[in-house]
Design a protein around this ligand. Sequence first.
Ligand SMILES: Nc1ncnc2c1ncn2[C@@H]1O[C@H](COP(=O)(O)OP(=O)(O)OP(=O)(O)O)[C@@H](O)[C@H]1O
Length: 300
Amino acid sequence: MIEMKGVSKKFDHFIALDHVNLSINKGSIYGLIGSNGAGKTTLIKLLAGIYRQDSGEVIINGERVFENINIKQKVFYIPDQPYFFSQYTTKQMARFYKSCYPTWAEDRYQKLAELFDLNVNKRIHTFSKGWQRQIAFILALSANPEILILDEPLDGLDPVVRKKVKNLLIHDVAEREMTILISSHNLREIEDICDHIGIIHKGTLLIEKELDDLKSDIHKIQVAYKNGTPPDKLLLNLNPLHTEKRGSVFLFIVRGDEEKIEKQILQTNPVIFDLLPLTLEEIFIYEMGDIGYAIKNVLV
Ligand SMILES: Nc1ncnc2c1ncn2[C@@H]1O[C@H](COP(=O)(O)OP(=O)(O)OP(=O)(O)O)[C@@H](O)[C@H]1O
């Protein structure tokens, strides 16, 4: 179990994280999403024990994280730009991680190197960026960590490798309840593999929910009426986050219980009525719009 309780972090006078409360259950795949500069990497570095918080508590399995070797042996962090010792080969990096992680599985490392068709004797810096990321995954999965923290993990991987890596991650979560925290701007990927979502903006965790709950709380509605416009009372009741008119069809983005919304709309006798789920990308855009981070018209 991963917990943050009232965690704040400043850089000089700039507040990068402001009283963040977060909890991630064992065996969960948690997607952290947010605008640029929202504080995702800062949050991740606090969880990985790289930064120390100014206030609040960062706790893993009931223990404080910072300078805690016992916890560091359970956590593997792949940053957005994987780091390897200069001039090291994969084999040498593997030897290093073997000495850090008591859970290191040599047979798994051999199998993964084979599966990815990797020359472990080649210096890592001579590989392409995508390959270096694959090497980071091979080393991470061979360490058998209890918690895997990934910052923009699948960037730069080709679709076949992406699939391979995703399958391996899901396998470890299912088999041995590994917990994964993923920070990414690729919301389709997050939607594909995560079961919990945290949305962060300007250092504040705005939303933390199960993906299914997040999706069942916000809907896209398409309606049309004989006389052309929806009744004022309906708009008042629905209080849409977003309204759009496409020909004679009105599109509303509405928060709330699906059944209640459906009932309210059917009472107004629409000639067309559809209630559709939103993608995570749409949810993110409308939730952010709701707090003033609206998408401005970029045409100039
Ligand atoms: N070492 C640092 N010194 C000073 N300011 C920093 C430092 N690290 C981060 N910040 C600031 O803290 C804020 C949060 O940065 P962070 O890297 O956590 O955001 P992020 O959500 O990961 O952004 P992105 O999606 O753009 O990678 C930013 O405004 C950034 O400029």
